[in-house]
Write a protein of this length. Structure first.
Length: 284
């Protein structure tokens, strides 16, 4: 009790004042009460009766004040915090229907492997008409084109290894050698014409001569002559009219050049080694 009074002196003082005031008020009303009692009652009895009552009243008031002071103040009313505003849902979010699953992507089809081709030098330039080579028909021509074989000069350069490489892709093996594709291609590449293989003339014997020494024969025509088996001056010098006509049939766009440029006469001078006479007559 003493600790409560010490901790709260003001409420205790107020309670004491109230108690004293109450006692004073009761004390002030005592004479009126005595008139109702017997006149013989002595004053000591009244005093003894009033004192305990006043003390009790003062004690009750002090206890009430102490109790009031000891009670904690009521907690402040907590105001609820305003709720966060609700964000309106987008139209897409309101759609509760499940979206259809995306169709799985179709697997890429494997690329078709290209037709294997022979390992040969590629053709350079526009394709030639390979059917001009004896033994190559339309179907074989298409097959050759699919294999990358499309020009005369391409075939003309083939060696044995190239022939064997291409031959394994043909339906009828051995056609290249049997029909002499390379020989015919050399003639056609040089601008000549293929009749039935090569001209029927005497074969050249010995090392090839420089046919360009013959006026009227340039590099391309020399190449054509070599493809036809014409390689030496003495060979040309021995030609007769029939030989000239036979070879002339293979010269294509160069047809008529043998007689016009006098190949036989020039070849006779060159074959004898008369280079000065040749220069004197035909120039350098």
């Amino acid at each position: 009790m003493l600790s409560l009074i010490t901790a709260n002196p003001i409420p205790f003082i107020i309670a004491l004042i109230i108690g004293l005031a109450t006692a004073w008020w009761i004390w002030g009303r005592t004479p009126d009460v005595e008139a109702d009692y017997d006149a013989d009652s002595d004053a000591d009895h009244d005093t003894n009766y009033a004192a305990p009552a006043a003390a009790a009243a003062a004690t009750g008031a002090a206890a009430a004040a102490t109790t009031t002071a000891a009670e904690p103040a009521p907690p402040k009313e907590l105001k609820p915090e305003p709720a966060a505003p609700v964000k309106p849902l987008a139209v897409a979010e309101l759609d509760t229907e499940p979206k259809p699953k995306a169709k799985p992507k179709a697997k890429a089809k494997p690329k078709a492997t290209s037709t294997p081709k022979p390992k040969i030098a590629a053709a350079v330039g526009k394709p030639d008409d390979l059917t001009r080579i004896k033994g190559i028909g339309p179907q074989l021509n298409d097959l050759c084109l699919s294999l990358g074989v499309s020009r005369f000069d391409q075939i003309a350069k083939w060696k044995k290894a190239d022939i064997a490489e291409v031959d394994q892709y043909l339906k009828m093996k051995g056609r290249i050698d049997r029909d002499d594709w390379v020989g015919q291609a050399k003639i056609l590449a040089a601008g000549g014409t293929v009749s039935e293989g090569k001209p029927k003339i005497a074969a050249a014997v010995g090392k090839p001569d420089d046919l360009k020494k013959v006026k009227g024969i340039g590099p391309k025509l020399e190449k054509l002559c070599n493809s036809l088996g014409v390689k030496r001056w003495d060979q040309i010098a021995a030609w007769k009219a029939a030989d000239v006509k036979e070879v002339d049939g293979y010269l294509g766009s160069f047809k008529g050049r043998i007689q016009r440029d006098e190949w036989v006469k020039q070849a006779k001078l060159l074959a004898k080694g008369d280079f000065d006479g040749h220069i004197k007559k035909y120039g350098k």
